[in-house]
Design a protein around this ligand. Structure first.
Ligand code: ADP
Ligand code: 5RP
Length: 432
């Protein structure tokens, strides 16, 4: 944690990243220098406890910031994991356990959407928010339902108190179209129109929603005029943190999952491959989110073992092991198959050899993802930044570089929370 006491009062911006394994908060000053950062790891919890753990963690992170920093916060924004959803009543209380980004809908709901929604649309994925809300509509009593919310929306609501507001990044997988800035006409279909009153009002990421609620301001010594802003998703926050801003620049998030984001002048939506495009100013962040990634590494190795065993690997040697590292069946990108099976055999006796095979296989999947994005028409990759917990692994970086056509560059900052702090500070003009 860093903070400079007895500095003259200034405007500080707080970005909070709610990822898979934990949450991180970063405060920046008007020069975008980090003034404080705190984090909290998530323990395994029952699904019914997820939302209350997030709310507790949110208040803990804010409370853990130095009081002289809290007293100068003028903007706060929160990012969450995309298509992590909650159905809430009029008091903003969840009516069911939160559904995570990598959980999927019932097959019949995807069949229903296939018959209504244009081919290739982002919602035509088993893990899309809309598909999962349809499954929920048959499992939950909707009579008290008032708002369909995403993780980032619901957490920001705890601070601003205005129900039913989202951003056009989190709402993409709900079906909102950021190009026309509204929900498409196919929502009028008789099988979908019951959802219309529950859909969030969507604004641009980083847009101020409302001042912090007085009770929250008082509890945490926040200025009463501190604005709570619309958020974004974790992988877009990581893109913002990297400093990438030109078409062809890309960010690979090596977090619990492997997520690719390529800034493109063309919008590509190919749900059959798990490819979708987020609006980024007047351009598009084309990409996809795989279920492979760090969470699979963590299944076999501690963080310390990842570092120590990686040091034993010669990254110029090609591992012959060819895995598809998944925790459970189901993949979103670059193969969109809810039934894809993990492939983690044969497992060598030496742990370093096993890790080498995993890192090599993840590198192949990353390269396959970028090839696919470019084959589908995205702006060719010119350089790649890395974000997330895996970005610190230089052995993995060297293995990845063997497969990637573009050079891997050092990002401005590796943490998504820094990108969300930039968004809070500068609003959607940050995206051009
Ligand atoms: N030295 C390392 N090498 C490779 N992966 C690492 C290393 N240290 C941490 N990780 C991975 O980073 C992941 C956590 O990254 P993080 O960005 O916090 O993820 P998320 O936000 O998705 O929870 C863990 O799943 C872990 O496997
Ligand atoms: O994998 C994930 C968790 O880290 C999320 O799906 C991630 O947020 C990717 O979705 P998006 O591309 O919409 O940001």
């Amino acid at each position: 944690m860093t903070s400079r006491l007895s500095e003259p009062p200034t405007h500080l911006s707080l970005g909070i990243d709610f990822g898979t394994s934990g949450a991180r908060a970063i405060v920046i000053d008007p020069d975008c220098c980090v003034r404080a950062e705190v984090k909290s790891a998530f323990a395994e919890v029952d699904p019914a406890e997820r939302a209350s753990v997030w709310k507790t963690t949110l208040f803990e992170l804010i409370g853990d910031l130095p009081i002289d920093v809290r007293a100068q916060l003028t903007q706060i924004a929160i990012n969450g994991t995309s298509s992590t959803i909650l159905l809430c009543n009029a008091q903003g209380e969840p009516l069911h356990p939160a559904v995570l980004y990598n959980e999927t809908c019932d097959p019949e709901d995807l069949d229903l959407l296939d018959a209504i929604v244009p081919l290739g649309h982002t919602v035509l994925s088993a893990s899309s928010s809309l598909a999962k809300f349809l499954t929920l509509s048959r499992q939950t009593d909707f009579s008290d339902a008032h708002a369909l919310m995403h993780q980032a929306d619901w957490l920001a609501y705890q601070l601003h108190g205005c129900l039913g507001i989202s951003d056009y990044h989190n709402s993409l997988k709900l079906g909102y179209d950021p190009a026309i800035e509204t929900y498409p006409d196919w929502f009028q279909d008789e099988q979908l129109r019951f959802l219309l009153p529950l859909l969030p009002r969507v604004i641009a990421p980083g847009t101020p929603i409302a001042p912090v609620q007085p009770a929250i301001a008082q509890r945490f010594d926040l200025p009463p005029h501190c604005q709570i802003c619309a958020g974004t998703t974790d992988s877009i926050a990581a893109f913002l943190a990297s400093g990438a801003s030109y078409p062809g620049e890309a960010v690979t998030s090596l977090g619990s999952t492997l997520v690719l984001k390529l800034l493109s002048q063309t919008r590509i939506d190919q749900a059959q491959y798990g490819i979708y495009s987020h609006r980024f100013g007047q351009q598009w962040l084309v990409g996809g989110a795989s279920n492979t990634g760090g969470a699979v590494l963590q299944q076999y190795f501690s963080t310390a073992e990842l570092a120590s065993l990686s040091a034993l690997i010669d990254p110029q040697v090609v591992s012959p092991l060819d895995y598809y590292p998944l925790l459970k069946p189901g993949e979103r990108f670059p193969i969109n198959d809810p039934d894809l099976q993990p492939r983690l055999q044969p497992r060598p006796d030496q742990p370093a050899a096993f890790l080498h095979g995993l890192l090599e296989s993840l590198a192949r999947i990353e390269a396959q993802g970028y090839r696919l994005l470019q084959e589908q028409g995205a702006t060719p990759v010119t350089q790649i930044y890395t974000a997330g917990g895996g970005a610190q692994n230089l052995t993995w970086q060297a293995i990845r570089q063997r497969y990637l056509q573009a050079s891997i560059k050092e990002p401005r900052h590796r943490q998504a929370a820094y990108g969300t702090a930039l968004l809070a500070a500068r609003g959607c003009k940050l995206m051009g």
